[in-house]
Design a protein around this ligand. Sequence first.
Ligand code: AMP
Ligand code: MG
Length: 469
Amino acid sequence: MRIPFDNSYAALPEGFFSRLNPTPVKEPKVLAWNAELAAELGIKGDDAQVQAQVFGGNEVPEGATPLAQLYAGHQFGNFNPQLGDGRAILLGEVISSDGTRRDIQLKGAGPTPYSRRGDGRAWMGPVLREYLVSEAMHALGVPTTRALAAVATGEPILRETGHLPGAIVTRVAASHLRVGTFQVFAHRGEVEALKTLTDYAIARHYPDADGPLGLLRAVCAAQAELVAQWMSFGFIHGVMNTDNCSISGETIDYGPCAFMDAFHQGRVFSSIDRQGRYAYGNQPQIVVWNMAQLATSLLQQMDDKETAVEEATEIVHEMPELIEAAWLRRFAAKVGISNPRPEDVDLINELLSLMQTDGADFTNTFRALGTDQARDQFTNRDAFDTWAEGWRARIKDQPDPKAVMQAANPAVIPRNHRIEQMIVAAVAGDMTPFERLMTALSTPFDETAPELQRPPTEDEIVPATFCGT
Ligand code: AMP
Ligand code: MG
């Protein structure tokens, strides 16, 4: 196994992380390997035995500088001054074929100084969920961390429901810098560390950004685009804590996330999100809240506080407008409009409101718009027909609305019931459903697998997803 490491994080001050190796596991076995991504990263080594040893954490590859990163974060609105990688170990970075620097991190690789009461491990369910959903997001064109490998550890781990098979996912990210990485140093009043981190983030992600406020502006723009994309695919992240909010603008941390079937603005999947803080329709507001926390942290290093506060406030206050613009662009495309006007917001919201009333399937309604299949999603056909009449008039002069819609509305998404079925099969040793899903999700805009387009039947519905970490 040859991984062309080029590590920069490990060269930051020692207070940024703790150095340690993954804890070896009993019997590592490759469950999934992303050969295409490996090639992009310049990783050479096709031997499954070797892959299992390296990505199971038993063998530290040459050039790696393993470490657990320190960070803090607001979890469900409450500040926790110290979190950190409690079960993840960064092996190092590589420069991928497109010239970007990428982290290679093992998640579930054993306890670290930041594990608190956790065991440092993950079970096969969330590992395969993260692998599959993150790769599906990538295929949909959404910025996201990626999955290079899933390795079973051969060790049982204890969770609420009993013993479960352990596994490790190898996560590839533009970086693992989070809002929480800034928060930890800001909270401690470590201004020098905060400055070093700010410079590092700018150099790595936004080389054109001018100072801390330039960084803030760039992250706000990236996060605005990201949340608009989530909304446009009916994606619910589930744990938008500030430690799960990436500086690079990638989707990170696939815990209790899910794609909606029947549309509802208030939809929540996470079993621990009892207040619905991270409900589908709240996501744009929460991103702004998270950016306000980033602004607060960044401001700690500014000398001219008064003007800086003013400017930072303005940047954060402008964010809802950025999100609305990105939202409109994305949703307009979903209904075949390529040059949206402000009044299209009402047209789109009327459709969403009809969908919500009738529990229409989010993905299938948009995909089939203009055909009887979309109309069949509604019980109140008259209301839908009236809407459709106005919609048809609006798209009459649009360039190729059908093609615009086909490119914005996927046919196949990782539906929750299919993920659950895949996990049950994988635990029983059958990876066929995983592979079938991966294949269909790699070309989500093509109708390659009709059975995967179908919403769950009454019996198949999975009402909640568990952190179950
Ligand atoms: P998450 O909700 O997955 O973003 O995790 C929040 C925090 O809990 C992070 O600091 C994780 O590293 C930590 N954590 C989650 N699961 C475990 C575990 N099984 N063992 C140790 N730490 C964990
Ligand atoms: Mg996290």
